[in-house]
Design a protein around this ligand. Structure first.
Ligand code: NAP
Length: 261
């Protein structure tokens, strides 16, 4: 007999109350869900994404008074990131969820195209870490995003998967390098999560919400826990590594067992 999926419950840490958190990728999906959890924990938010209307809508959707600043910026532009960090004011934590998995089979991915798969997730994370490392106080943290395909690969996405694996390596190296400054560096390794990219992949992004929800539920029903993860579940792992002052160099998997099945 198969038991119905257990609904999500939020573990809200109080450790982040009053902390300033910059979310690079905060207008959608896991980043926006993290912003919502952090707002509920009493953190002050600084949101970054490229698309201005979507960013404005995300900020307006969060509880009143929780979004201190929001900025349009591309994480691959280090000069712009420096400007954002300096204008946002003192920050305690930085979460990077900016990224999109541009998939291509090996035969179609020449070096230039494969390089493109690293641009946002890896080099964006690298640039953000470089800018953050000099500015965060002792006790601050940097959190990057990878994915379970690093340990359970699928075909046709080698460069994208390699870029996520590179982020995990970067996190471990920076955790060692920045430990002396008492800045922690971690990553969350998410399984497939129900966010806009999944809905686009399932071709239900424009469908009626009920129809889209049903299609997502059907597509995820074969997974170990009977469904895809929620953005909140992935985001809560990021909030956990941010809040726990003894976690560094860790890659926290939140995948509902997807990497095992
Ligand atoms: N969803 C999943 O199943 C899953 C699983 C494992 C790992 N991940 C990884 O988790 C991260 C977040 O995924 P998601 O599903 O939450 O995606 P999403 O809903 O598309 O959100 C991505 C966010 O990043 C921003 N962004 C993208 N490129 C950017 C850039 N160059 N500079 C600044 N901001 C940028 C987007 O806004 P703009 O487009 O306006 O810039 C948006 O706010 C990605 O790295 C993804 O690969 C996702």
């Amino acid at each position: 007999m198969t038991t119905r999926p257990v609904p999500f419950r939020t573990p809200l840490p109080t450790a982040l109350c009053g902390h300033n958190v910059l979310v690079l990728g905060g207008s959608s999906g896991i980043g926006l869900a993290a912003a919502r959890l952090l707002a509920g924990s009493g953190a002050r938010l600084h949101l970054v994404a490229r698309d201005a209307p979507r960013l404005k809508a995300a900020a307006a959707d969060l509880p009143d008074g929780t979004v201190a600043t929001s900025w349009t910026a591309d994480v691959t532009d280090e000069t712009r990131l420096i400007e954002v960090f300096d204008r946002a004011g003192p920050l305690d934590h930085v979460l990077v969820t900016a990224g999109a998995a541009a998939r291509a089979p090996l035969a179609d991915a020449d070096r230039e195209r494969a390089h493109g798969a690293f641009d946002v997730r890896f080099w964006g994370g690298y640039a953000a870490a470089r800018v953050a490392a000099e500015r965060l106080p002792a006790g601050g943290s940097i959190t990057l995003t990878s994915g379970i395909y690093t340990v359970r690969p699928v075909t046709g996405a080698a460069a994208a998967i390699a870029s996520a694996a590179a982020c995990e390596g970067l996190v471990r190296a920076l955790a060692v390098e920045l430990a002396a400054r008492r800045v922690r560096v971690n990553a969350i390794r998410a399984g497939v999560v129900d966010t806009p990219p999944l809905r686009r992949r399932l071709k239900v992004a424009e469908a009626h919400p009920d129809e889209a929800d049903a299609a997502v539920a059907a597509a995820g029903s074969h997974l170990p826990l009977g469904r895809y993860g929620t953005a909140e579940e992935a985001a809560s792992a990021a909030v956990f590594v941010m809040a726990n002052a003894y976690v560094t160099g860790s890659v926290v998997t939140v995948d509902g067992g997807q990497s095992l099945a």
